[in-house]
Design a protein around this ligand. Structure first.
Ligand code: FEO
Length: 384
């Protein structure tokens, strides 16, 4: 696949993966992208997952058509991209490896070698000329690991964006970009909004026509849409109007209150209501929704003087990613000593700019008539 006249795609699709990075469901598989620039000098961008080494090296050999690469650009050392560095260097031993100093430290940790005799250590804004194409390297620490850099090719106006602008899903499956890019972003990079904002600032000074990420499709059109979403996500802004309700329920009574609230929200004109059962849904989807919408309702049972485990995990997933700038509603349940609301407030204490929407609704075992009125009042406040 040609990206431009000189830039060729040599990535692979993975449909055998059970969990990406050991935790994320990938129902439509995963793509590990890799690129070659054919110029007076030849550069290869990143390798692919360990299990696809042969397929990738075969694609590379077909693209090189008897030539040999001059540079292996290593933008990210996570093994989904770096696992075939040694196999590559054994196949093309005269190649020079180009990466940040931190990347070479991690390379040595993974592989016991850092190619001290055949490497170029690059820093912020260092350049490398391939002929027509001059590459400029921009460090992007914590997007998604500390050694990460992205690369700009001024000749074809291409940003090689490492994990940035990536998504779940193999490239031979058609699906909406934003849904799986958002789940990927908040799952994997969500904690590092400030670092992504810094990278977006640097990118705004570049004339970019094409974004080549390490996962997901190459982005060639309507780049403002993708850059806009990344700006919203990394600044913890609200992307969509609506309310998301995240709940746990043991015997269905808390669930009934959630269903009642959802109906009241719709009746009150709420543009979108999304409900996630935290014990049964994909947790990464629930996290994505919490960051997507401006209002979150948390409904859970009191459990061992605390809150139900799936809710505790959910709140941990949010707070460790810097959850903020949202409105929160709470429904708690407890048969003898309801303390869930208190625990939720305590767990969210460190989160900035959260506004509690009253009333907090307390169920005693099951929904009472008074609870029905409270839920109606809560729905009206949430829709305000
Ligand atoms: Fe796709 Fe952070 O590796």
């Amino acid at each position: 696949m040609d990206i431009t006249k000189d830039i060729i795609y040599i990535g692979v699709n993975d449909h055998d993966l059970d969990l990406f990075e050991g935790q994320y469901d990938v129902p439509n598989g995963m793509a590990y992208n890799s690129y070659v620039i054919l110029d007076e000098k030849i550069a290869v961008f990143d390798t692919v997952d360990r299990r696809f080494g042969k397929e990738w090296l075969d694609k590379l050999a077909a693209t090189l058509d008897g030539k040999t690469p001059d540079y292996l650009i290593v933008q990210h050392m996570e093994p989904d991209h770096s696992a075939n560095i040694v196999a590559f260097m054994e196949t093309y031993p005269n190649t020079t490896v180009v990466a940040t100093d931190r990347a070479f430290v991690i390379m040595k940790q993974f592989f016991g070698k850092d190619y001290a005799e055949r490497r170029i250590v690059v820093k912020e804004k260092d350049t490398l000329s391939l002929g027509k194409h001059t590459l400029t390297f921009l460090t992007a620490p914590m997007v998604h690991w500390p050694e990460v850099m992205v690369t700009y090719d001024a000749c074809d106006r291409v940003l090689f964006s490492a994990d940035g602008f990536g998504k779940f899903g193999a490239l031979d499956v058609e699906e909406d970009w934003a849904c799986e890019a958002r789940r990927y972003y908040f799952g994997i990079v969500g904690k590092y909004g400030a670092q992504v904002q810094k990278l977006l600032g640097a990118a705004s000074a570049l004339d970019i026509a094409i974004i080549c990420p390490l996962h997901g499709p190459v982005l060639k059109e309507n780049l403002g849409y993708y850059l806009g979403l990344y700006n919203t996500w990394s600044s913890y802004g609200v992307e969509s109007e609506g309310v998301v309700i995240a709940y746990t329920s043991v015997y269905g009574n808390t669930k009934k209150a959630v269903e009642t609230l959802a109906e009241e929200l719709k009746a009150a004109g709420c543009p979108k209501v999304t409900v996630n059962d935290l014990a049964r849904c994909d947790m990464a989807e629930a996290v994505e929704d919490a960051f997507r919408y401006g209002t979150l309702v948390l409904a859970t049972t009191t459990y061992n003087g605390d809150i139900f485990p799936f809710m505790r995990e959910f709140l941990h997933e949010l707070t460790e990613r810097g959850y903020k700038n949202r409105r929160i509603g709470i429904i708690e349940n407890g048969s003898w000593a309801p303390t869930a609301a208190k625990r939720i407030k305590a767990l969210l204490e460190g989160s900035k700019d959260l506004t509690l929407v009253e009333p907090v609704v307390t169920l005693r075992s099951a929904m009472s008539e008074a609870n029905g009125e409270e839920l109606k009042a809560l729905a009206q406040e949430l829709c305000r």
